[in-house]
Design a protein around this ligand. Structure first.
Ligand SMILES: NC(=O)c1ccc[n+]([C@@H]2O[C@H](COP(=O)([O-])OP(=O)(O)OC[C@H]3O[C@@H](n4cnc5c(N)ncnc54)[C@H](O)[C@@H]3O)[C@@H](O)[C@H]2O)c1
Length: 354
């Protein structure tokens, strides 16, 4: 039998543990898996592009477990009442190939992406930002205030102590929605800005999480200031970027899985020999990460299958602890594994109905 986790189950997990704790657990799980990078069979995701968006499959495996995520990116979906990003995923047993978990991953993707952003920022941002944050002065600009934005804001607030947020979205209703949700947190100082430039001015960290199916320029190099950390989340597909190429030339660039980011990330704008560092090397202490307080660091995030592998495993564990999840016969249970045909008999249908 396979365990099914629905949107309702994931919401119950978050409600039982609290979002900050789930984000913390996700950051720890993703960090632990990135630190055993060599143990994974990795591949760049498989993308199917259309005029309106992309549908992607994201597989990864270690010696015990295999996972894949189905995810889309359709920036104009809102006009049809659908989210830009929708996802579900599977965990399977490598030894037998049996799928053990089928889970929602739309909410979980937003949480794992925010946890990954924090993991990168924790490793790369200058120490003084951390100190400022501890004293209530860490500032983040958040450009793009759609479905992912609350998760990014709350992860940086709860896990890194960022408590000043400067928001901008071309859609004022999206920003108003974010402000409404963040108003429930008394320790958070939220400022709505008139444009990206105003939001970015004086920020320690800049998170871009916009959706548009084109090479947009959200951040220009002249918006950067010394020591800034950029968390560029929204440019994650060929022909879909957020940063001017000069921003990459002015930064030290860190990526999840280089072969995938070369195709999909801000990095697609740069020549093949443009130097980048995979984040796992920093987490493992093989690369120093930021080299000076003045350097601008850029996490060119595209979302890598390993983050979903970690998230699926954690959600399975948390669901089990709470007795959540439904056992479904995604794969037939057979007394004789060679007798698949009997599954179609009226007797088998009656057994299943019972
Ligand atoms: N890197 C990752 O791991 C990862 C994971 C999930 C989503 N994403 C990407 O993050 C982006 C946001 O996803 P979402 O689910 O929040 O989408 P969404 O459609 O809900 O929100 C995107 C927001 O960006 C705003 N926007 C578009 N152009 C803008 C501009 N020029 N300036 C300011 N705001 C602008 C839109 O008005 C919208 O409110 C998407 O591009 C998605 O593909 C990346």
């Amino acid at each position: 039998m396979t365990t099914l986790l629905t949107t309702h189950d994931i919401a119950r997990i978050v409600s039982a543990h609290g979002l900050p704790q789930v984000l913390r657990r996700l950051e720890a799980a993703i960090t632990a898996d990135f630190r055993r990078w060599a143990e994974f069979d990795k591949v760049a995701r498989v993308a199917s592009h259309s005029r309106t968006g992309v549908i992607e499959l994201m597989p990864v495996a270690d010696a015990q477990q295999y996972s894949f995520k189905y995810v889309n990116g359709h920036p104009a979906n809102g006009l049809q009442g659908l989210p830009t990003v929708m996802a579900f995923g599977v965990l399977a047993d490598v030894a037998t190939g049996q799928p053990t978990l089928l889970s929602e991953l739309t909410i979980t993707t937003a949480m794992r992406t925010a946890a990954t952003s924090v993991m990168a920022a924790r490793a790369l941002m200058k120490k003084s930002i951390r100190q400022n944050a501890l004293h209530g002065a860490g500032t983040m600009a958040l450009i793009g205030n759609g479905a992912q934005s609350e998760f990014q804001a709350l992860a940086f607030h709860h896990l890194l102590g960022i408590n000043k947020l400067r928001l901008f979205d071309t859609d004022p209703a999206a920003t108003a929605k974010l402000v409404r949700h963040l108003a429930q947190l008394p320790g958070l100082d939220v400022q709505v800005c008139a444009n990206t430039r105003e939001a970015v001015r004086g920020a320690d960290i800049v998170t871009t999480v916009t959706a548009d199916k084109r090479n947009a320029v959200i951040i220009d190099a002249d918006m950067l200031s010394a020591g800034m950390h950029l968390n560029a989340v929204g440019g994650d597909c060929p022909g879909k970027t957020e940063l001017d190429a000069q921003v990459l030339r002015s930064s030290r660039v860190f990526v999840e899985y280089e072969p995938q980011t070369r195709i999909e990330g801000e990095l697609q704008q740069m020549p093949a020999d443009f130097a980048v560092t995979e984040l796992w090397r920093v987490l493992e202490g093989l690369d120093p990460g930021r080299r000076s307080d003045a350097e601008v660091t850029l996490f060119d995030s595209v979302g890598f299958a390993l983050e979903d592998f970690s998230a699926l495993r954690l959600m399975a564990e948390l669901a089990q602890g709470l007795g959540l999840g439904q056992r479904v016969d995604l794969i037939p249970s057979m007394a004789d594994p060679k007798d698949l045909f009997s599954q179609l008999s009226p007797a088998a249908a009656q057994r299943r109905a019972a």
